[in-house]
Design a protein around this ligand. Structure first.
Ligand SMILES: *[C@@H]1O[C@H](CO)[C@@H](O)[C@H](O)[C@H]1NC(C)=O
Ligand SMILES: *[C@@H]1O[C@H](CO)[C@@H](O)[C@H](O)[C@H]1NC(C)=O
Length: 450
């Protein structure tokens, strides 16, 4: 009886070891890793049943010490140091569905088939090749943290890690003198306030932390610390509070603040971004106050999306100056009044407008040119209060809105002056055809997918 139990125990242990070996194997270690894990397991068995009177299994044969590359096996000191950092990080990778880390062994860090995700280059005024960029996009790697890894590679310029399962905090990249592109989007970073470490990346051109769990207010430094920034994507987090007043001071070209919980007005400083801002998403927050006149000064912008907020007022006359705008979304706000004829004209001679979405507001009248746009499928005014337009709100709903508005004494300034020459000098037809191309050419809209 006791003997049978012992056999059962032994079977259990052996099958555990086998399954441990299988698991390690599936994770794709190189041969030496596998050897180590079996070796440890074997040691456990001989201790566990040693005192039971059963014959001791043979001790595992002494294993040759796995070959460890030395400094002299590498092209230069920088690559050797990178090797040590990578090997340390490799041990922390918990999950690796595509067996990426399996290729991180040996001395050929810069090789085309080894060290997947690592790319070498020579930094400015440096003759040695070194690890200059890490691109783990879509690898699905899981590790508790990338701290000590990213910041352990001193020559790194780019770190792209979209759609992995990295936890922990954003590493401090202050000491990386060449660094300029950070993409930690769609990971499992620990919920935290905006990582102020990021503000130390003075030469940053690309900051992407969308699809994580950051919360709290954005620091004003986000819009003042980066003189050469091109893209800031913080959409799909839990950010809240007002947008910093200095938002318009940033020279950023692509800005996505969508799908957070920002409150308060769109900062008037946005007027200062007129020469640089190309796409901006305020979409789906809790922004309130009067829709700013200054938004109409974004003469270079192709995408302006402030849909699904609580912005109110009438569309300022300045919006007729948005001659580059292709996508203008103000849907699902509390806007009212007339949809200006000059705005609708941007879809014909004066501009590049192909999609004007104003549904879910309380507009009561359309400029003459706007009716044609509805027929052409370029203007959506569903769920407003416009007589004779299709799919409008009920009279009761409209009356309730206007009654409440009068009651609250809340008024927004009505601007009738457009700070640009009247339209008429438009683009040619070819350019308009280009403008009508697919929506996914827009970088900010693409950023709304994980
Ligand atoms: C930023 O880039 C400039 C010019 O490329 C360089 O001289 C400077 O050291 C960089 N600054 C930092 C903090 O990396
Ligand atoms: C127009 O813009 C709205 C709001 O952004 C979007 O939902 C819709 O798909 C766009 N339509 C086209 C044809 O691009």
């Amino acid at each position: 009886m006791a003997g049978a139990r012992r056999v059962a125990l032994l079977c259990f242990l052996v099958s555990c070891i086998a399954s441990a070996a299988r698991t390690t194997d599936a994770r794709g270690p190189d041969r030496k890793d596998l050897g180590v894990s079996i070796g440890n397991g074997g040691g456990g068995v001989s201790i566990g049943i040693g005192g039971s009177g059963w014959p001791k299994p043979m001790p595992p044969p002494p294993k040759p010490k796995p070959w460890e590359p030395r400094r002299c096996d590498f092209e230069n000191e920088r690559l050797y140091r990178a090797y040590l950092v990578i090997q340390k990080f490799k041990k922390t990778v918990i999950c690796d569905p595509q067996n990426i880390a399996g290729s991180w062994s040996g001395t050929d860090i810069c090789g085309t088939s080894s060290y997947k995700g690592f790319y070498c280059d020579r930094p400015y005024k440096v003759t040695d090749r070194t690890v200059a960029s890490v691109d783990f996009n879509g690898y699905g790697l899981q590790a508790d943290s990338v701290q000590g890894f990213v910041d352990g590679l001193p020559d790194l310029a780019l770190f792209h890690a979209n759609s992995n399962n990295f936890g922990g905090a954003v590493p401090n990249l202050k000491s990386l003198q060449y660094f300029y592109e950070l993409d930690l989007s769609n990971n499992k970073l620990a919920p935290a306030a905006f990582p102020l470490e990021v503000l130390a990346i003075t030469n940053a051109t690309f900051i992407d932390i969308r699809f994580n769990s950051f919360y709290g207010e954005l620091p004003a430094g986000l819009f003042s610390s980066f003189p050469v920034i091109e893209a800031i994507f913080v959409n799909n987090n839990q950010f809240s509070g007002p947008l910093p007043d200095n938002l318009g001071d940033s020279p950023v070209n692509y800005l996505s603040l969508a799908n957070n919980k920002f409150t308060g007005p769109i900062p008037a400083s946005i007027a200062r971004a007129g020469d640089t801002l190309l796409e901006v998403l305020f979409l789906n927050n809790r922004l309130s106050g009067c829709i700013p006149y200054e938004l109409g000064l974004l003469g270079k912008a192709t995408v302006i999306d402030a849909g699904t907020n609580m912005l109110t007022g009438t569309i300022p006359a300045s919006y007729a100056c948005l001659r580059s705008v292709e996508q203008l979304n103000l849907a699902d706000n509390l806007l009212y009044g007339v949809v200006p004829d000059a705005l609708c004209q941007l879809a014909s001679s004066g501009g590049r407008l192909v999609n004007l979405t104003l549904s879910g507001n309380y507009f009561t009248w359309l400029g003459a040119c706007c009716w044609d746009l509805i027929n052409e499928g370029k203007l959506n005014v569903d769920r407003n209060c416009i007589p004779w337009a299709p799919n409008q709100r009920s009279h009761e709903e409209c009356a309730r809105f206007f009654f409440r508005k009068i009651e609250s004494h809340a008024t927004c300034p009505i601007s009738v002056h457009a700070p640009c020459e009247s339209s008429g000098w438009g683009y040619d037809a070819d350019e308009q055809a280009d403008a009508a191309a697919e929506e996914n050419k827009y970088r900010t809209y693409s950023a709304l997918q994980p």
